[in-house]
Design a protein around this ligand. Structure first.
Ligand code: NAP
Length: 332
């Protein structure tokens, strides 16, 4: 009797040690190109798949679930699963894995780096200097920026990355205030933080940093109203998802000085279009979604995503799952 091995499709090349975890357990096909498969190509690849390993650029919608009739698990390389129709997966009994925790510190490092860069105008100074503008000698009244130490940091979303931001802020003697769906009394005393309602946080903080997932509820969480509540000296940092912020409102806020600056690792859409007006602004620091892209963090993330695939195709619980309600239906 021929025993068929499970099949896995991986939508992008990744760490060889993570690939090994997959090939030990399944016939594994890896998309060879740097550009992601088109929706049509993806549909073609998932037809016989028991598991898919995806990332933020892959739209895993009802059509994919319809085509992938053997599918048991979609394993996302990342913590946010806003590119996956999780409700449809749940309806069909397909597990959705993700990779929280292993990338939280690396992402907080970038968020704090962006905050520093926007406050002290590091990227702006670099661009200006390389453009050949450094002609005047040192002048005490130019290139002044905002002080980070001692300032008030407002964290929106007190999950794994939010906590890491609070820890970094403590090292800079910052006052930390936060808003999250659920109040965290124990963390408040551990990390010396205060809970604020969103409006109060926005009008109090010198820096506002976003660490909530993108959901129907959090789309444009920061829009015109919220930007107008912020201090004119304040800086907004977004390493969550681009669409958590209304980009048009942000452009106006930066252009008209409702706030002093912004730092983004994520945009809406991604990649940001080359003629996006945001890119014309000097008071914006921007990076191409590299929050979790440290070598060690990415390796850990790939390994966890691979283990989630194997657990899913073998009918075991995943190490991290975005729809654990499927376990009951599967009796695992
Ligand atoms: P997490 O541990 O799940 O934390 C998310 C936090 O947001 C939780 O504390 C959560 O709820 C809170 N929250 C959810 N919905 C909310 C709402 N409507 N209003 C207020 N708070 C809400 O996730 P994480 O690991 O910190 O990651 C956060 C996000 O960062 C991810 O979803 C992802 O989109 C993004 N991310 C980006 C990068 C990058 O490369 N730039 C890397 C990793 C992650 P409770 O308050 O109930 O706990």
């Amino acid at each position: 009797m021929v025993i068929l091995r499970p099949r896995v499709f991986v939508t992008r090349q990744f760490f060889p040690e993570a690939l090994e975890v997959l090939t030990d357990a399944a016939d594994t096909e890896v998309w060879p190109d740097d550009e992601p498969p088109t929706p049509e190509q993806l549909l073609g690849k998932v037809v016989e798949a028991d598991g898919i390993l995806t990332n933020i650029m892959d739209r895993i919608d009802a059509d994919v679930f319809q085509a992938a009739h053997r599918l048991k698990v979609v394993s996302q390389l990342g913590v946010g699963v806003d590119n996956i129709d999780v409700a449809e997966a749940t309806r069909r009994g397909v597990l959705v894995g993700n990779t929280p925790g292993v990338l939280a510190k690396a992402t907080a490092d970038i968020a704090f780096g962006l905050l520093m860069s926007a406050a002290r105008r590091i990227s702006e100074g670099d661009r200006w200097l390389r453009a050949g503008n450094w002609k005047m000698q040192y002048h005490p009244m130019v290139w002044l920026g905002a002080e980070v130490h001692g300032a008030t940091l407002g964290i929106i979303g007190m999950g794994q990355i939010g906590v890491e931001m609070a820890k970094r802020a403590r090292g800079f003697d910052m006052r930390v205030i936060y808003y999250s769906r659920t109040r965290k009394l124990e963390l408040e005393s551990q990390l010396g933080m205060e809970y604020f309602e969103p409006s109060d946080l926005l009008s109090t903080a010198d820096f506002v940093t976003l660490h909530i997932p993108l959901t129907l509820e959090t789309r444009h969480f920061i829009g015109e109203r919220e930007l107008r509540l912020m201090k004119p000296t304040a800086i907004l940092v977004n390493t969550a998802r681009g669409a958590v912020v209304d980009s048009q409102a942000l452009y106006t806020a930066l252009k008209e000085g409702w706030i002093s600056g912004a730092a983004l690792d994520v945009t809406d859409p991604e990649p940001i279009l080359p003629d996006d007006p945001l890119l014309t602004l000097d008071n914006l620091v921007i990076t191409p979604h590299i929050g979790s892209a440290s070598i060690d963090s990415r390796r850990r993330t790939c390994l966890l995503a691979a283990r989630n695939v194997v657990a899913g195709i073998e009918g075991r619980r995943l190490e991290a799952c975005a729809n654990p309600e499927v376990y009951a239906a599967k009796g695992i």
